[in-house]
Design a protein around this ligand. Structure first.
Ligand code: SAH
Length: 345
């Protein structure tokens, strides 16, 4: 596989351009063109330079293979990577803009019992440029530019565990938020983790004040371990301490994801236990009824049960919302994204 030019920031592009004996301003030109979602062969640079780049770098590291449109307007994209791996991503329309959900790995090795992304295990990590390219190509295809973006918000909630690919994910976040690039503000970015505690603490030091989201799904370690193997490694109390540390360092409140699973974590006693656990913390809870994954037996709760859960949290003074599921008719909702592998000659 060739290298990914979108992995490079402006400074690294400058070094590359100078190493090729080209003029400095070409670096800016490259960066701007790439951030507009252009492939190398469409960049306005001299032909010899373009050919030299194409020897080492992929012309277009991520392409859209197929687009599925949901009844609610959500779009699911099937992206093809240069090595033939396929990943999925989603674009959701809200009143405030469009949110793109990106993948950080092909597959996932966290093994959560309710999630489709982990079914085939981890295939490989994505590079920073491959994560970024998912956004660049969707923004371009949807008719967006760098000034008038069609992708206004980004969530790292596709397939993969972002903190299991820490270095590339942090690099991606710096490219995404860089001035002169696509320049999405960190405040409009959410990163979701299943709770890799040491990485959560390390991330608090990076100076990237995004919305840190943790997949909790239970309020005791024993219950959590029934659906999330990672609970055997890090306790809820360690997770809460890491969240407090994040708040201390960034001033950002944190968010918990809680997927309501019938007969598992969704009755009234669970709601009171969750409220007790989170009482007084600067946090928000996103509830969602579990989406169906055909290979999995776990089922979501009924709407009434979910409403009651929300009511209890609210009565107990916990800030919470029940999210409506988007794109489930096209397999694009939370937990439904998966990886595929295509044999390529
Ligand atoms: N690996 C990261 C990023 C995934 S984000 C993490 O675990 O946080 C996707 C979110 O959807 C996570 O909160 C995940 O737990 C949740 N999820 C997974 N499968 C789901 C399903 N079938 N229905 C609803 N939510 C699900």
């Amino acid at each position: 596989m060739k290298k990914v030019l979108q992995d490079l920031n402006e400074e690294e592009l400058l070094a590359l351009v100078e190493g090729m004996g080209e003029k400095k301003f070409r670096a800016r030109q490259l960066f701007e063109g790439l951030m507009q979602g252009k492939r190398i062969s469409a960049l306005p640079i001299p032909a010899p330079m373009r050919e030299a780049l194409l020897k080492d770098y992929e012309d277009e590291p991520v392409t859209i293979r197929e687009t599925f449109v949901s009844q609610d307007g959500t779009k699911k994209f099937l992206f093809e990577l240069a090595d033939g791996n396929l990943i999925e991503g989603v674009l959701m329309h809200y009143h405030y803009g469009n949110t793109q959900c990106v993948s950080t790995q092909v597959g996932c090795r966290m093994g959560c019992k309710f999630c489709a992304s982990t079914l085939g295990g981890l295939v490989r990590n994505l590079t920073a440029g491959e994560i970024l390219s998912q956004i660049l190509i969707v923004n371009r295809t949807e008719g967006g530019t760098l000034k008038e973006r069609k992708v206004t918000n980004v969530v790292l909630m596709g397939s993969g565990e972002p903190f299991d690919n820490y270095g590339e994910v942090v690099k991606f976040l710096r490219l995404l938020t860089a001035e002169g690039g696509i320049h999405v503000s960190a405040r409009n970015v959410s990163l979701s983790t299943c709770g890799l505690v040491p990485k959560m603490r390390e991330f608090a030091e990076e100076g990237i004040p995004l919305n840190l989201t943790v997949s909790l799904h239970a309020s005791t370690d024993t219950e959590r371990a029934r659906t999330m193997p990672v609970a055997n490694k890090y306790t809820i109390s360690e997770i809460l301490e890491a969240c407090s540390y994040y708040f201390e360092r960034t001033g950002r409140r944190y968010i918990f994801e809680y997927s309501l699973i019938a007969g598992e974590n969704a009755d009234e006693a669970h709601a009171y236990a969750l409220a007790e656990l989170l009482k007084g913390r600067p946090c928000h809870v996103n509830l969602i009824r579990l989406n169906e994954v055909k290979e999995r037996t776990l089922k979501g709760t009924r709407e009434e049960e979910a409403q009651r859960f929300l009511e209890i949290l609210t009565e107990c003074g916990i800030s919470a919302t029940l999210r409506r599921s988007m794109g489930s008719d096209i397999g694009g909702a939370c937990g439904q994204l998966r990886a595929s592998y295509l044999k390529k000659e």
